[in-house]
Design a protein around this ligand. Sequence first.
Ligand code: PLA
Length: 435
Amino acid sequence: MYWRYLTRAARRCSVHTTSSRTVGWWDHVAPAAKDPINGVTEAFLADPSPYKINLGVGAYRDDKGRPVVLQCVREAEAKIAGSEFLESISASVSTKMVEESVKLVYGKDSDVVKEGRSAGVQALSGTGACRLFAEFQRRFHPESHIYFPDPTWSNHHNIWRDAQIPERTYHYYDPDSKSLDFAALMDDIKNAPDSSFFLLHPSAHNPTGVDPTEEQWREISYQFKVKGHFPFFDMAYQGFASGDLDKDAQAIRIFLEDEHLIGCAQSYAKSMGLYGHRVGCLSILCVDSKQAAAIRSQIQQIARAMYGSPPVHGILLVATILSDPNLKSLWIDEVKIMADRIQRKRTTLRQNLEKLGSSLNWEHITNQLGMFCFSGLTPYQVDRLAKEFHIYMTQDGRISMAGVTTGNVNYLANAIHEVTRSEQETAKILCSISV
Ligand code: PLA
């Protein structure tokens, strides 16, 4: 009672005199470094310009730049209205969502599905699925490392760091050719210690938009077999590379044919436009259903201690869409529409740059796949785009193609043309020297 009547200053003084141990608990806490992706959104939101464009986070937008609620999601919403309040449904809905997610990755007729050899659990979107796996890896292989492609999604570093798994990198991208450095990648797979953990992007690699070909995946899978490596696939963009869900799972199916035991993180944030609902799935393939049950129970225990259980609404939406043939086929069509829109904008952006007379090679814009274009713009050019043109993207020059629209593609091309002028001059000089 007495405490309530003290002024703030008196309270502070009282804390000092009565219990000096309560002072300074958090004095050593410095602000965390800005997240390279969320930091872009913050800078964009703080910019009052009416011309501003956000090409940072990879969230799907329509051709007017608006967030999209898919028609299949609207119809699923109508179908499930109110049912998420029934506590009794949550376990069965979660099982359904996991079963259907596993089929999406490994194929509906796959033996893995028929034999119940996958330990699948619902997860808080793709991030949560990666986090659960990293924690599982630490518990059962505490001495292991994780190999990431260089570059990779920036948050992979945070996720495995927080699980105290040291990271290593393997070659992936060649900045000169703006394509896959396959020879260096294969060397790194061969030179890694036997039985290493590797993170692979099965399609629409983030941030480069560069994927191995089918033949290259076969070679990678073969070499993994030789070395006994563990492939962990982070599947955040199924459908966004080709517009076809099965085709985008081709890498995983190749590993499956070669009888690898695989781990896979799935996200519905992009493919169903459910970013805010945080729906995902983690699955680990096992030798038999008994092992699957053991692994599932361990992952469930990890999740239980981390966050209990995830919110049920999004899971209900995904389970409803995937188990209703009409809604599922509507979803498949909508995935194709999204992938095609992004592909069209790649073509327009490249054409516009070429029409402006840019002497730089922009072929990679249309060669790359999926949500992102790894433009090759330097951090200085990225800064100029933000300061002079109000166009925001990550420092590594990654453009979220979902943010490019019919209305802004011209403005974007002009701005890129402007900030790359000096590079174009250098290219012209080099060209004239070599001629
Ligand atoms: N894995 C990869 C390769 C990703 O690119 C992302 C999201 C995730 C996992 C996590 O997805 P989630 O939202 O389902 O958890 N990457 C985004 C968003 C689209 C982000 O960074 O939060 C990106 O802009 O890179």
